[in-house]
Ligand binder design. Structure first.
Ligand code: FMN
Length: 358
């Protein structure tokens, strides 16, 4: 993540079936272990900076039981850490569902296995069904809990003697966690959020905010907003975003495939469940995104669609970079089938644009 490329690229959600798509097409991503391994190695060889999992405990039903199949992210990252050598491997961790003492030890373990390539993506969660699986409910002030949670991890790495915690959410005795992560105060950390409270938490405590946008031109406003919040805390914080990609020789071809998998062959019941849940319980998107963009939810969980020829996709990525984003996590319908075309045809254009090393 500290490399020279101005605009970082990652792969998002390869650990879950469908990736970010909710579709019935037979070529959809199945997220088997060998698929993940192949995708991580392919992304690493292509020079992608990071590999980022989604954290899911339940699916959205429908014909495909979308996202019900997903690998747990500490163990997933540990496996990939042993099989790769350069790419950063994030773990996406639900603050309310994973105890901070466990998270500290698991994260440090992957940091050691990967020789310092592990990163933490903090999510506070939104799905009441997932909270119910753990017999809990969302905190009244999730980011207050997240701040305590992350502070415990940092203290566990810094402390050379056991310590107690007397917080609002955690009252712990004799906390110790060795080994510490190789990097201090902790591995690279991002927070996946959209709300004011989520942005404030990222601004005060994280290295990056991981967030969505609806139109590229909104980007500048979002980036300036987080920069302002970080400056108020005497910090600088990068902003990463997320997009789903359909890149083909021509824009017409790409658009036809996008319609095919995300409209005609969308898993409609699962799209309904996903959109209804997100609309009711997560503020992770602009409100109008829900009304305008059903195709975006089937296509890529409501993220921005990069659909077109290599030139169009590269120009849109350059436009996203120009708004001030530091990078993007990308999702494909089938990562290992589609990444080679993106690597061969889009990456050289991004290098020409000065956004990435050639
Ligand atoms: C880019 C992005 C990625 C997210 N990834 C996950 C995830 O993997 N698992 C999850 O449960 N929630 C995920 N969320 C949702 C957040 O955990 C959170 O519930 C949601 O953003 C609402 O919080 P907010 O109002 O602070 O944004 C993500 C949100 C964003 C913006």
């Amino acid at each position: 993540m500290a490399g020279p490329g101005r605009f970082k690229l990652g792969v998002f959600a390869a650990n879950a079936d469908g990736g970010l798509a909710i579709t019935t097409v037979p070529e959809r991503w199945r997220a088997g272990w060998d698929d993940n391994l192949a995708a991580a190695r392919m992304a690493e060889d292509a020079g992608f900076e990071f590999f980022l999992p989604i954290a899911r405990w339940q699916g959205f039903g429908g014909q495909t039981r979308a996202r019900e199949w997903s690998f747990e992210t500490f163990t997933w990252a540990a496996g990939l850490a042993a099989a790769t050598s350069r790419i950063a491997l994030f773990m996406t961790v639900h603050v309310p569902l994973v105890h901070p003492v466990y998270a500290a030890k698991a994260l440090a373990t992957v940091h050691h296995i990967s020789h310092g390539r592990a990163g933490l993506n903090i999510v506070c969660g939104w799905n009441p069904g997932e909270f119910a699986m753990f017999a809990t409910t969302p905190a009244a002030r999730p980011y207050k809990q997240a701040a305590e949670w992350l502070d415990i991890i940092e203290r566990a790495y810094a402390a050379d003697a056991p310590f107690d915690v007397a917080g609002e959410y955690y009252r712990l005795r004799g906390v110790v966690s060795r080994p510490a992560s190789l990097q201090r105060p902790r591995p690279v950390t991002m927070n996946a959020a959209f709300s004011d409270a989520g942005r404030d938490f990222a601004a005060r405590h994280c290295d990056y905010l991981f967030s969505t946008f609806t139109d590229i031109e909104d980007g500048r406003r979002h980036v300036a907003d987080i920069a302002g919040r970080a400056a108020a805390a005497g910090r600088r914080v990068g902003v990463l975003t997320v997009a789903h990609v359909v890149c083909r020789e021509t824009t017409a071809e790409a658009e036809a495939y996008y319609r095919h998998y995300a409209v005609t062959a969308a898993d409609q019941a699962a799209v309904d469940a996903h959109m209804a849940g997100k609309k009711a319980f997560a503020g992770s998107h602009d409100a109008r995104a829900f009304d305008l963009y059903r195709q975006r939810f089937a296509g890529g969980a409501g993220s921005y669609p990069l659909v077109g020829s290599p030139r169009k996709v590269a120009e849109e990525i350059a436009a996203i970079a120009a708004e001030g984003y530091g990078g993007a996590a990308l999702a494909f319908v089938n990562c290992t089938e589609e990444l080679p075309f993106f690597r061969d045809r889009v990456l050289p254009l991004l290098a020409q644009a000065g956004l990435r090393a050639g």
